[in-house]
Design a protein. Structure first.
Length: 461
């Protein structure tokens, strides 16, 4: 089949994200309330801040805002993660970043499957934060073996989605009808099932070790445990949640409120308590699925991230206070972090995408070195610098969200060693370094902008 008759991975991802959102809204009606809240906040923010609206329109970011979601799932075995990597590849999603949550007492390590190039992100930036259970962190050897046996008996994928993944890999794509069938079949992996695969005693034993372990092991598949819309003002969203009948978590995770948002801020509502029927017909309750809201800012360079991590660490002692007190303390500590785009750009604390404006010039007075030429063209308004949106996650924030929805005082091995090599072995490939990805996008945009205005350049920026 010719490649031009295949559905594009981006279009398949867009269909899948929409189907996932519809399914989750049916399963968790409060998610629909969350979408309405975020839509109201975003519309109000864009109306009250025309500069922000213009900047986002100029960077072609407005169209993606209403469809932007991230989800989170947890799988139990390397084989499950391996097949998920193949499934996500059909949708143009690659594993980016390694996140060690065991250090925060959550017995998983994770990566984020997402699109990686600018054009694909503009169509739909859907991301799925995917965690692999670390059975080695179950201290009870008998319980660890029992969990492994339970996981070995399940298949979280439909036979037809396996066939379609193989078709994609063999033929290089899926026809439109196959793409629609793929979405229908793939969604089944993430559907909620109220019937557990174990008896109540097994569930209780696993939950006593860690409630997340019970959530991963005791069900037919990795039910989506939250879908997260993107807001432009998470402080307004946090304040408005009670008005919509939603109780927010106590603390907004991530950096403080700023004129120029950086990285990622997150809040959520408490996990739902849901009725479960266990093997043997025993009824019980389980909590895992919750609602989350995020606010995304500019991606930081390694220098910017080092500064962020240092300042955030200094603020952790204030986290036991109220959200208002914590945010005030955080804002004070972060006064050291520059809060305007131009300083962030010049000090190379954040990543930017460069865009040429107008036609090529024959100006022979342009500086010969690329850095000086870029700065001169920026000053003249011939090149624009757009902040690159942070598309990834923060391990401290992710752990904070997980812990707030799993209950306080969860046991965990904070001294467990990270094991990126084991995760990558399951994936069948290395995870992509997010810093390298942002740097590549920035460097390529500089080259294209300069080539467009000045002709091909012999030196690098």
């Amino acid at each position: 089949m010719p490649s031009d008759s295949f559905a594009s991975p981006a279009s398949i991802r867009d269909r899948f994200a929409s189907a996932m959102s519809r399914m989750y809204q049916t399963e968790v009606p409060q998610y629909g309330t969350l979408l309405a809240l975020v839509a109201d906040i975003n519309a109000r923010t864009l109306t009250e801040n025309p500069t922000l609206a213009a900047r986002m329109a100029d960077a072609n970011e407005l169209d993606r805002l209403s469809v932007e979601r991230h989800g989170a799932i947890r799988v139990g075995t390397p084989a499950e993660l391996s097949m998920l990597a193949r499934l996500f590849a059909v949708m143009g999603m690659a594993p980016v970043g390694y996140y060690d949550l065991a250090a925060a007492g959550v017995p998983v390590h994770s990566t984020a499957f997402r699109p990686v190039d600018t054009a694909a992100l503009a169509i739909n930036p859907f991301r799925l934060f995917t965690s692999l259970l670390r059975l080695d962190l179950i201290e009870d050897a008998d319980l660890r073996e029992r969990a492994a046996d339970i996981l070995a008996q399940r298949d979280i994928f439909t036979p037809r989605v396996r066939e379609l993944i193989e078709r994609f890999e063999t033929d290089g794509g899926l026809a439109e009808a196959e793409a629609d069938e793929f979405v229908t079949e793939a969604i089944e992996t993430f559907r909620w099932h109220e019937n557990a695969t174990v008896d109540y005693a097994t569930y209780e034993a696993l939950a006593a070790e860690h409630r997340l372990i019970a959530d991963v092991v005791c069900f037919r598949g990795p039910h989506i445990n939250h879908l997260t819309p993107r807001t432009l003002d998470i402080d307004a969203a946090q304040a408005a949640m009670p008005e919509y009948g939603i109780t927010p978590k106590a603390i907004i995770e991530g950096p403080p409120q700023r004129a120029v948002p950086i990285l990622l801020r997150q809040t959520s509502f408490k996990a739902l308590e849901e009725s479960i029927r266990f093997a043997g017909d025993t009824e019980g309750r389980h909590t895992a699925r919750f609602g989350e809201i995020e606010q995304r800012g500019v991606a930081l360079t390694p220098d910017g991230r080092a500064l962020y991590d240092r300042l955030l660490a200094a603020a952790q002692t204030y986290k036991s206070t109220s959200n208002a007190d914590y945010q005030a303390a955080l804002a004070g500590i972060f006064e050291e972090f520059p809060d305007d785009l131009e300083t962030l750009r010049r000090r190379e604390l954040a990543y930017f995408r460069y865009e040429a404006v107008g036609e090529a010039t024959s100006d022979t007075s342009a500086p010969t070195d690329d850095h000086s030429a870029l700065e001169a063209l920026l000053a003249a308004g011939r090149i624009k610098a757009h902040p690159i949106v942070y598309e990834d996650f923060l391990p401290v924030s992710a752990a904070g969200i997980f812990q707030s929805n799993l209950g306080n005082g969860e046991a965990g091995n904070g001294a467990a060693a990270a094991s990126q090599a084991e995760l990558e072995e399951a994936l069948g490939r290395p995870v992509i370094d997010p810093f390298a990805l942002y740097a590549e996008i920035e460097a390529e945009s500089k080259r294209i902008a300069l080539d467009t205005l000045l002709g091909p350049r012999a030196t690098a920026v």
